[in-house]
Design a protein around this ligand. Structure first.
Ligand code: NCD
Length: 300
């Protein structure tokens, strides 16, 4: 049987997405917190970059399915520090676990790792590439609050390095969403992603300011400027602090506008916005549990 890797959102079709989201909804509605469907499963968590939500929600998800997780721990505390290659690390770990969740700073790392192992590799973020499981929980949250049909979405911030954006924008083509990209020119969506979007028939428009388009939006997806990916700190400083929102910014927004953010936020959303009905980003993060349970249940 072919091993089911989860590497980018490009392979997601509407029916597959809906299957995972429906399963997540059923898991969320279940009374019990521990649904022991996979009592012998071992999930390896290999994180070569910082993570709070993704790592902890995968860990919680596998435990709620009755399985266990094993962690590589910090890069400094592992054999990576001795010079071991990613290919060797994943080949070894594949012998300990039934699936591998991998986050790595290099774009393409998860794809490369998947070529060396015969257990499923789940991409938990590969540099400025993709973050497909974040997209599944984003879609779950969107479906719950505003619906995936006839969606008009604004995606704002670091569209160049933001991997959550790349995966989400591609997946939204399955639902024919109208997408507005709001960023400084230097952080616009990369040519490769734009090409994939155009191939998929996406409806996309670029904007330099949010206020042009804000009143038309059902959903605003705000992202952090990905400081760690800038080759030069001065380039980061030139754009840091732009594209934030506060209560004043939202004066022209529709009442039904919902605001999402993959988190962590730095200063993109003023905390005063948290108290409004627009803010759904903390619930979005919590949705990582049922969605990752559903995905693991399928992959395992
Ligand atoms: C995102 C990531 O790692 O790409 N975080 C997450 O997984 N929720 C977003 C970010 O770091 O800005």
């Amino acid at each position: 049987m072919r091993t089911e890797h989860v590497i980018t959102a490009k392979g997601f079709c509407r029916a597959d997405i809906e299957t995972v989201l429906d399963r997540a909804a059923a898991l969320e509605a279940a009374e019990t917190s521990a649904i022991d469907r996979h009592p012998d499963a071992v999930l390896a968590l290999l994180f070569f970059e910082p993570s709070t939500r993704t790592r902890m929600s995968f860990d919680t998800a596998i435990k709620r399915l009755g399985g266990t997780s094993i962690e590589m721990g910090s890069v400094e505390g592992s054999s990576i520090a001795k010079g071991e290659s990613l290919a060797d690390t994943v080949r070894v770990v594949a012998g300990y676990a039934d699936a591998i969740v991998l986050r790595h700073p290099s774009q393409g790392a998860a794809k490369m790792a998947s070529e060396f192992v015969d257990v499923p590799v789940i991409n938990a973020g590969d540099g400025a590439g993709h973050h497909p499981t974040q997209t599944l929980l984003d879609l779950y949250t969107i479906r719950k609050h505003v619906g995936l049909d006839d969606l008009t979405i604004g995606i704002m911030g670091d569209l160049k390095y933001g991997r959550t954006v790349h995966s989400l924008a591609i997946a939204l083509t399955q639902f024919e969403a109208t997408q507005h990209f709001i960023s400084p020119e230097s952080l616009a969506i990369p040519a490769g992603v734009r090409y994939d979007l155009e191939e998929a028939g996406a409806s996309i428009t670029d904007h330099r300011t949010l206020l042009d388009i804000l009143p038309e939006l059902d959903l605003l997806y705000v992202t952090r400027i990905q400081r760690e990916r800038f080759p030069d700190e001065s380039e980061y400083r030139a754009v840091a602090g732009e594209y934030g929102i506060d209560l004043d910014t939202l004066a022209s927004a529709a009442d039904h506008l919902r605001i999402m953010h993959p988190l962590p936020r730095v200063d993109e959303i003023d905390p005063a916005v948290d108290e409004t009905d627009h803010a759904i980003y903390f619930e979005q993060a919590h949705n990582g549990i049922p969605v990752r349970m559903a995905l693991l249940d399928q992959v395992l």
